[in-house]
Design a protein around this ligand. Structure first.
Ligand code: AMP
Length: 309
């Protein structure tokens, strides 16, 4: 089934306790697309880059059969740039620079071939842009997932609330769920956020796992304990891409199938953090993914007899 991804594509400069990445390809849209491409070859991306974006940086998209017709190139502006520095726990980071550049006045132009996507992922971007995308589509997708961050909560809260009313799923980090809801308890946070619009709430807790909330139900998936954690950048976007990719492959958007999608999304994000940027996502194959999903299953599966109690 078709997937439309709208998200930033640009340059990242990442500092971790192990060194820095240099200026590399990044952006939420990049991670979402690469991850979703493990399940679908009907992915189209809408974004904008500047005059300094090398054509060779399109290669990862082309290699994974992602349709790039929706990437506008502005010859008068610089590409989006983000840099961040991780603390020694690797779970927390500070943003050192966010230069929106071409994304400042970005008006998304959706190519005619993808005006009726079955699945839509609105990556972390200005809520005004997210709203424009929803208004410009020819029909309502089967499922819409959005991401956001504290930057947009402080800059464009009213617009963000309008977008929340129109999406099915929000996927956010725990601290952002707390900020949006004003609640410390993640159960109360999810409940308040669901009242703002989305039926499903995904709360990502970094290496502490992921929660999926729907009505009274909660599903929890751990993060895989890893030998190497190098760079957590893009782990959330990779999760979102894998989650939607998995659902689009089966076409089943039930809560039960979403539980499986959470595991596939978590498996892909466990690869993402093993190397800087998108390097590991670009190097793994379908067999690597199956093996890792099996590791998840083995890690959480156990049997017991009722008599044991
Ligand atoms: P994550 O680690 O999941 O938060 O995603 C990191 C990615 O988000 C990086 O590749 C950044 O380029 C991108 N990013 C960071 N801030 C923004 C922003 N304000 N708008 C769009 N993309 C962003």
């Amino acid at each position: 089934m078709s997937i439309l991804v709208v998200g930033s594509i640009g340059f990242d400069f990442i500092e971790t306790p192990f060194g820095n990445s240099g200026k590399i390809i990044g952006g939420a849209g990049t991670y979402i697309c690469l991850s979703a491409s493990f399940f679908s070859n009907k992915i189209s991306v809408v974004s904008k880059v500047g005059k300094d974006f090398p054509t060779s940086y399109m290669q990862p998209f082309i290699a994974r059969k992602i349709n790039t017709r929706g990437i506008q190139v502005d010859q008068n502006e610089e590409t989006f740039f983000w840099s961040g520095k991780y603390n020694s726990d690797l779970n927390t980071r500070i943003t050192k620079h966010t230069q929106l550049n071409v994304l400042k006045n970005f008006i998304p132009e959706i190519p005619p071939h993808i005006l009726k996507p079955e699945f839509l992922v609105l990556g972390n971007m200005s809520p005004q842009i997210q709203k424009m995308v929803l208004e410009n589509l020819n029909s309502k997708p089967k499922l819409v997932l959005m991401d956001t961050m504290n930057y947009w909560m402080s800059q464009e809260l009213e617009q963000l609330k309008l977008v929340l009313k129109k999406v099915d799923i929000i996927s956010i980090k725990d601290e952002e769920a707390r900020e949006l809801s004003g609640e410390y308890s993640l159960i109360k946070s999810a409940s308040k956020i669901r009242k703002m619009g989305p039926k499903f709430v995904i709360i990502r807790k970094g290496d502490h796992g992921t929660l999926l909330f729907y009505n009274k139900f909660i599903f929890f998936a751990p993060s895989l304990p890893l030998v190497e954690i190098y760079d957590p950048t893009g782990a959330g976007d990779t999760f979102n891409g894998g989650f939607i990719g998995y659902l689009s492959k089966s076409g089943d958007i039930s809560f039960d199938n979403m539980k499986r999608a959470v595991i596939f999304g978590s498996a892909l994000s466990s690869f993402c953090v093993e190397k800087f940027g998108t390097e590991q996502l670009q190097s793994i194959n379908q067999n690597d993914l199956s093996d890792r999903v099996q590791q998840f299953v083995d890690m959480v599966q156990f049997n017991y007899e009722i008599e044991d109690l």
